[in-house]
Every structure is written in C-alpha cells, then in structure tokens.
Design a protein. Structure first.
Length: 345
C-alpha cells in the first residue's frame, strides 16, 4: 500500500508525534505501508517551518519588549539559533529516508515541461494565476506517475488542499485529475486512512491491544502459557488430522504412497505475533499467528511385502491461527484454533 503525503499533512505534525501519525510511522517501519513524499513537499516543508519559527520568535521578542516597557523589568530576549531547528527537521527526514521508512520521490524534467504547458492552458490545478499552483501541479505529476506505474497497489494521497486537488463537493479528486489517474484514493487526514483501510484498522487495533495488555501488566509470555495450557491437545489433533489428509507428494513429489507420523514436542510451540484484535475493553478477543516446528517420519513402505520400516525424517512447520479471549475473571480462554498450513522447513 502506497501513501503519499502532501506538505500540509506534514506541516500539521512534522515529527509524527501525535497518535495517528505515530501509528502511520509504525506501519511503515513494519512494512505494512510505504510512505512516499515528493521532494517538492519536503523542500516546501523545510521552508514553511523555518519561516514560521522566525515569525513566532519575532512575536515573542515583541511581547518581551512590551512586557519590559510595562513592568520596567529587563526580561532577557530569546537567543535562538535558527540554523539549529532547520538542521533538526532536515535530519529527521533524511534519517527516515535513509532507514527506508520514508521514500522521497524526485521530480523529472519532463514534469516541468508538462506543467508549463498546463499553466499556459489553465489546465487544473491551474485555476488562478497564483504561482503556488505550479508547485501543486508538479506534486500531482510526481504522485500520478508513481501510482499509474503501480496499478495493482492501493494508492492513497493524503492532502487537505481542497482548492487544488479536490472536486467541488470534496468527495474525490478533481474530475480533470481523475481523468489522469484512476488508481488514487484521496483523503484529507491521516486518521481517515485508519478508518478506511481494513488492514490498517486491524493494525491499529493490534497496536492498541498491546498497549492495553501492558496497562493490564500482561506480557506475551502469559499468552504463551495460555496457549500451551489450553490448546496443546487441540493443536496436536489438528496436525495429526491434517497430515493424514495430505498427499505425500505435497512434501516429497517422488513418493506417491505412504504416510507421515508427526513427532511433536510441546516446547516447540512458539508465539510469533498478535495478528488481529476484535475487541478492547475489560476483555479482549484476538488472533495469534504461531508456528510449530516438529519432526515427522515419512514412511514409504513396501505394502506387498508388509515392510513398514523404510522412512526418512522431515522437519515440518505448522502455521497455526489461535483465537483467544481474555477477561479479568478467566484470564485467557481459547475460542477457536485453526491450522493454516503445513510445509517443509
């Protein structure tokens, strides 16, 4: 999933410190999404933030001078290094780009030529003679070209620039821009992404559930104990039935007949991660994706001679989905267990 961020979205929370911005950042770190930022937006962000800093500092200095006149107290003026903040904000984004958490999209010379022609003809987003529209049109060209080259990927463009990118009703991209790309969904806030996209809704719930577990002073080890305590026999039974129904050539194509006898060890059931959460409050219902490594003896006997001794040992992995519930009275209680697949290690 690609998520393109406009300057106004970055400006609202440049260091991604609020809850939904922080969550968006975590999604990118976990490779759930790709955060893509046109280079024009980054340069504009740096300029706007440093300019705003200077304005605020000047306002503070004026207030200090006014206070000194009123009180006859010599309050010290602020001594601020403007370069320090500029370096800090650039360092934040450059590090995220270096860590591949953000991806910077560079404009091309072709984009300049295309948008110069649009400016001359007054093609949207050139609705007036304001020079900002040239910049916004370049931003659109960068995002449009990237999205059109990845038509099978869900592409979201987050922007609150209603004048230049949205239609009159603020329900979709402007009609003229929609004609240039049918692969972009436009939204006006980071929060809206977590309302619309199912996978991110699940990710948000999982993130909140981990915080809830922490508040309840429950760690993943407690869930692991619950799995071992309540579900072990169920898992063993699932694996046994699944293996009996699998054709041997799923594992060893050269053997058409035979059977596998699993040799399971309880301590090998390893909790990987919480996948989905369906409720968070005084109780929780959530899915855990786990894997179980086990040995299996692949027998390929000579039935005519009654010889069942010919076998080899396989290392297998069972992918298990466990649904557990939690409440303060019963702690962890199994709801549902499903064996997704078995494969060779």
């Amino acid at each position: 999933m690609n998520i393109f961020l406009d300057t106004n979205i970055l400006y609202a929370d440049p260091f991604f410190s609020s809850s939904f911005y922080e969550l968006l950042l975590k999604c990118s770190v976990d490779k759930k999404i790709a955060i893509l930022i046109p280079d024009i937006c980054l340069n504009e962000l740096y300029f706007k933030l440093t300019s705003k800093e200077k304005v605020l500092v000047n306002e503070i200095k004026q207030k200090v001078n006014e206070l000194n006149r009123l009180t006859s107290i010599d309050y010290p003026e602020l001594d601020i290094d403007f370069k320090f903040f500029e370096k800090k904000i650039k360092s934040f984004y450059e590090q995220k780009i270096s860590d591949q958490i953000f991806c910077k999209l560079n404009h091309t010379s072709n984009a300049f030529e295309e948008n110069l022609e649009k400016a001359i003809k007054g093609t949207p987003p050139f609705f007036t003679d304001k020079k900002e529209e040239f910049r916004d049109s370049l931003i659109w060209s960068i995002i449009r070209d990237y999205a059109n080259n990845q038509p099978r990927t869900q592409n979201y463009f987050i922007t609150a620039n209603y004048r230049d990118f949205w239609n009159h009703d603020k329900t979709d991209i402007h009609t003229s821009l929609r004609q240039e790309s049918s692969h972009i969904v436009i939204v006006d806030s980071v929060k809206k992404i977590f309302d619309l996209e199912t996978s991110l809704v699940d990710y948000k719930k999982s993130h909140e559930f981990l915080k809830w577990l922490n508040n309840q002073k429950i760690d993943l080890y407690a869930i692991q104990k619950a799995i071992n305590l309540y579900i072990w026999n169920r898992v063993v039974d699932l694996i046994d039935r699944k293996i009996k129904n699998f054709p041997i050539n799923k594992f060893k194509p050269e053997h058409e007949m035979g059977f596998i006898v699993p040799e399971l060890a309880k301590e090998n059931l390893v909790l990987n991660k919480i996948e989905k959460v369906s409720a968070i409050d005084d109780f929780g219902v959530f899915e855990v994706s786990s894997s179980l490594k086990f040995q299996g003896k692949l027998h390929y006997p000579n039935y005519d001679k009654g010889d069942f001794s010919n076998f080899e040992t396989l290392s297998l992995i069972a992918k298990i989905i466990l649904t557990l519930s939690y409440d303060k009275e019963q702690l962890f209680k199994p709801v549902f267990t499903d064996l997704k697949d078995i494969e060779l290690e």
